[in-house]
Design a binder for this molecule. Sequence first.
Ligand SMILES: *[C@@H]1O[C@H](CO)[C@@H](O)[C@H](O)[C@H]1NC(C)=O
Ligand SMILES: *[C@@H]1O[C@H](CO)[C@@H](O)[C@H](O)[C@H]1NC(C)=O
Ligand SMILES: *[C@@H]1O[C@H](CO)[C@@H](O)[C@H](O)[C@H]1NC(C)=O
Ligand SMILES: *[C@@H]1O[C@H](CO)[C@@H](O)[C@H](O)[C@H]1NC(C)=O
Ligand SMILES: *[C@@H]1O[C@H](CO)[C@@H](O)[C@H](O)[C@H]1NC(C)=O
Ligand SMILES: *[C@@H]1O[C@H](CO)[C@@H](O)[C@H](O)[C@H]1NC(C)=O
Length: 610
Amino acid sequence: MASTLVCVLALAATGASALSIQQLNGPGFLTPYSGQTVANVSGVVTAKGPDGIWLRDASASSDGTSSTSIYVFGRAFGANLTVGDGIVLGGRVTEYRSNKDYLYLTQLDRPILSAKLSSGNIVKPLVIGEDTLSPPTEEYSSLDNGDVFGVPNNVSLISTANPTLQPRKYGLDFWEHLTGELVTLRRPTALTKPNQFGDTWVAGNWNVSGQNARTGLTMTTKDANPEAILIGRPLDGSANPTDTKMGDGLADITGVVSYAFGFYRILPSTAVRVRSSQMPRLPGPTRLESKGGCQGITVGAYNVENLAANSTHHGALAEHIVRYLKSPDVLFLQEVQDDNGPTNDGVVSANLTLSTLTSAIRSAGGPQYAFADVVPVDDQDGGQPGGNIRTAYLYNPALVRLHKPNPGGPLDANEVGDGPALKYNPGRIDPANGAWTASRKPLVAQWEVTGGTSTEGKAHVFFTVNVHFGSKGGSSSLHGDARPPVNGGVQERMDQSVLTANFVRDILSKDKNARIITAGDFNEFTFVEPLKQYVEMSGLKDADAADKIDELERYTYLFDMNAQQLDHMFVSDALATKVEYEHVHVNTWPEFGAQVSDHDPSVARVDVCA
Ligand SMILES: *[C@@H]1O[C@H](CO)[C@@H](O)[C@H](O)[C@H]1NC(C)=O
Ligand SMILES: *[C@@H]1O[C@H](CO)[C@@H](O)[C@H](O)[C@H]1NC(C)=O
Ligand SMILES: *[C@@H]1O[C@H](CO)[C@@H](O)[C@H](O)[C@H]1NC(C)=O
Ligand SMILES: *[C@@H]1O[C@H](CO)[C@@H](O)[C@H](O)[C@H]1NC(C)=O
Ligand SMILES: *[C@@H]1O[C@H](CO)[C@@H](O)[C@H](O)[C@H]1NC(C)=O
Ligand SMILES: *[C@@H]1O[C@H](CO)[C@@H](O)[C@H](O)[C@H]1NC(C)=O
C-alpha cells in the first residue's frame, strides 16, 4: 500500500501520469497534488460557466469517498467545448480561496486540451439522496468536537488538519465529496431569505432534522443543519429571485457543487423558480392578551432595528404592536436610536424617537404608552455609528407605573436595596464595567400594578431587566476554515451574562419570591456557553422551556440557513410555573421587502398578584 502511494506520487511529480479526477481530489479536503502539473486527465464536460467548465470522470461512479468531478478554471478554455464532449487535458492542480477564513476549492487551472475524444455523451446529474448519499443532518466537521458552538472555538483549521472525508457523518465532508459534480435537488424548499444577490438556502427532498412548522430548519442543541445548501448565481446569467422566503416550495434545481464566499453552494443552470408558498402569509395575532390586572400582565419584547425619529417603519411597528402583540402592558424595546438617528453629533436623547412611536401606536388604536430609558453616553454603546442605540420601555400607565421612580444617569450603577427596591428606577447594571465596552447596558426597572383588581393595598411589584447583549460580529462562517467556527463576541456575552445574572441574584437574595422578568436580544442561543451560564448563575428559568414551546418553533431570527433564537425571556421561579409565552413570526415569515425588523417580537403573560 505504502509503496503504491510512493509510486503514484513519483509519477505525478514527473507531470506525466494519468491520474483520475478522484485521485486529484484526494481523500481529504485538499488535493495531494497541489501545485503540480498533470497530464492525461480525462473526463466528460458536464457544465459550462463564464470562467471555466466542469468535468466528470465518466469511467468512475461516485463511491461515496471523494468527488469524481472537478472544476477546470480558464476563461477561454471552454469556448470550443460543449456539454457532453469527452476530452483529455493537462493542467495545474491548485487550491483556491478568496479569503483566508474560507475553505479551499480544488481545481485545475492553466488547462491545455490534449484531445477531444468524443461528443454527445449523455450527461446525467446525480440526484442527491438517490444517486448519492443523503446529507448528514447534525454535525459539520469532525474538528468541531461534536458542537459547532463549542467554546473555545477556532482550535483547528480544516486547511491544516485536512481530515479524511466522512460524508455520512459530517456536512462539510458531504458537500466536499460532491464538489464539481453536476447534481439535481428534487423538490427543494427555501429555508430563509436570500441575500441581496439572490443566493438562497435550501434543503432538497432528503431527510432533514429540525424542520419547523413553516418548513424552515430550526437550530437546536448540537444541530445547526448542515443538510442545507446555498443556491448561488445561475450559470446561464439569469438571476435568482430576491423575494423568496422560508417554506417556499421550489422547482427542481440542477447545477454544479462549488465553494465560494465562505460557503459550499450549488451554481444552478438557471434561476430558482418558486412553485408554492406557505399560507397564511403572516401569523395570527398573539393569543396572549392582557387581563387588565395583576393576574395577567403582558410583556412584549421587540428589537425594532435601528429605529430613529424619522424612520419610515414607525407605522408598521405600531401595527405589529397593536394588532399582533395586542398592546402589551410593558414593552421591552431594543435598538432605539437617538432623536437624529445615525447623524453622529452630540444628540443622545431618544424622546422624539420614542414619542413618535407612541403616537403611531395611539394612531393605530393602541393605548397612550409612556416610555422610560436611560440616555447613554454619546458613542459608547456600539451599534450603528452615531445612532446611540439603547434599550427602552414602553408601558401602559393605565395599568402599571414605575415603583418609586428615581431615574439613574448613564454612569450610575444600579443597586438592590431592602424591599427589595432599586436604587435607580430605571437604572443600568454596572455601566462602567469593561464588559459593556461598545455595548448596551441592561436597563433594570421596578414596576407596580395600579389598574385592574389589584387593590388589596398591595403594590404587586415586579422587576424587569431589558437586555441587548453584544453582537456576533466577527463570527466566521459555519462552512469556514476555523473549527469550531468563531462565535464573534462570545467572551463579551459571557462577561455580560455574569454581570446580569449577579444583579438578578442580588434581588433574589433579598426576596427569593421576587418576580423578575429579563428579556430582550441576548444575541446568543440558549445552548451556548453564555446563556447556559446565565441560567445557571441567575437561577432564572427559560420562558420557552417553562411554557413548553416546541423546540423547533423557538426562533426569532433567520441567519444563513437557520431559523434561530436570539431573543429570549428568562423569569424567576415566582413566575415560571404560570408564564405563557409566544414568538410572533411577523418578520421571519414574509419576504425581505415586507419585513419591518430583522427580529420577530415575542409576548408573554404573567401573574404578578401572588
Ligand atoms: C498520456 O497519453 C498519451 C496519448 O494518449 C500517451 O502516449 C502517454 O503514454 C500517456 N501518458 C501517461 C503517463 O499515461
Ligand atoms: C477554438 O477553435 C478555433 C477554430 O478551430 C480556434 O481558432 C481557437 O483557437 C479555439 N479556441 C480555443 C480556446 O481553443
Ligand atoms: C483562527 O485561528 C488562526 C490561527 O490558528 C488565525 O490565523 C485565523 O485568523 C483565525 N480565524 C478567525 C476567523 O478568526
Ligand atoms: C429517512 O428517514 C426515514 C424515517 O426516519 C428512514 O426510514 C429512511 O431510511 C431515511 N432515509 C434516508 C435516506 O436516510
Ligand atoms: C433621517 O434623518 C437622517 C439625518 O438625521 C438622514 O440621513 C436620513 O436619510 C433620514 N431618513 C429618512 C427615512 O428620512
Ligand atoms: C425626555 O423625556 C423625559 C420624560 O419622559 C424628560 O424627563 C426629559 O427631560 C426629556 N429629555 C429631553 C432632552 O427632552
